[in-house]
Design a protein around this ligand. Structure first.
Ligand SMILES: [Fe+2]
Ligand SMILES: [Fe+2]
Length: 283
């Protein structure tokens, strides 16, 4: 099977999750500068399941506001359009992929734990470096590995082969995919991002997070997610030795040198934040 055949097959799967209509609507509205808080709140309020999740999210320890937020309009006023949009996207994606059973070797809870860890770390890096807005970084982190769930839930046999190779040959998931599959999880995720009409910046961050492309038009977001992923995968809190960051794309290592150098000073606090994100999103 070549990559085109694979992606065609993917397009023909009838029950591949799609984002709720409200996400498309909200995305569209945000591209229009005339959209008011009232318009946006109204659109979101059409989906009550999302409303209650968003309100719980903004009132959770994760955002840490003192006063209670009771309406979407209030949430939008306090948090801003983009934060609310990104919360809608994050909540919907996690929901959409959590009900189906997966291949052996794949644990959906561990998967979202990793994604949330990368999301929170990306948000931290974005905040410190000012390379991108923290919210955008958070969603990109949530989504970066989404192609893996697709493999594990819709291509169980292929996933199984990759999994066995990681165990028997000591390869990373990405290396094993390159060896065995026509496409890797980054490409699959990118393909879905396009289908879901997510912004180009997210498409690039997902598609190239293992192989940073200098030519990317949204290089900053891509670099943030790429670095966060490597930190999350390589930082060991109980180890005395320096974490191995040699896989980081040189330009990204340069731009984020201060953060990489001081990682053991700030990452433990980020881990606490990751735990509170998991508590909320994965309860
Ligand atoms: Fe990945
Ligand atoms: Fe990852």
């Amino acid at each position: 099977m070549d990559s085109r055949t694979f992606l065609k097959k993917l397009d023909r799967i009838p029950d591949i999750p799609t984002l709720p209509t409200v996400v498309f609507k909200v995305n569209k509205m945000l591209q229009d500068y005339d959209t008011s808080i009232k318009d946006l709140s109204k659109a979101i309020e059409k989906d009550q399941a999302i409303v209650s999740k968003i309100l719980r999210l903004v009132n959770s320890a994760f955002y840490g506001f003192r006063s209670r937020i009771n309406t979407i309009a209030h949430a939008v006023t306090i948090l801003g359009f983009n934060t609310v949009r990104n919360a809608v996207v994050s909540v919907s994606i996690i929901d959409a992929f959590s009900s189906k059973d997966s291949a052996k070797g794949f644990d959906i809870t561990d998967f979202w734990k990793h994604s949330l860890a990368v999301a929170v770390t990306s948000r931290y890096l974005a905040d410190r470096t000012r390379l991108v807005t923290p919210d955008e970084a958070f969603v990109a982190g949530i989504l970066h590995d989404v192609g893996k769930v697709v493999l594990a839930q819709y291509f169980k046999e292929l996933f199984g082969q990759v999994w066995v190779a990681t165990r028997e040959q000591g390869l990373s998931f990405y290396e094993a995919e390159k060896k065995l599959l026509p496409v890797n999880h980054a490409q699959i995720g990118g393909h879905l991002a396009k289908k879901w009409q997510l912004p180009a910046s997210l498409f690039e961050a997902i598609s190239y997070h293992h192989a940073v492309m200098k030519s990317a038009t949204h290089l900053n977001l891509l670099m943030v997610v790429h670095v966060a992923d490597i930190i999350v995968n390589n930082y060991k809190s109980d180890s005395e030795s320096e974490p191995d960051f040699s896989g980081i794309y040189p330009e990204a290592a340069k731009v984020m040198a201060p953060q990489l150098k001081s990682v053991s000073d700030w990452f433990p606090d980020v881990v606490t934040e990751i735990e509170s994100a998991c508590e909320f999103f994965l309860e």
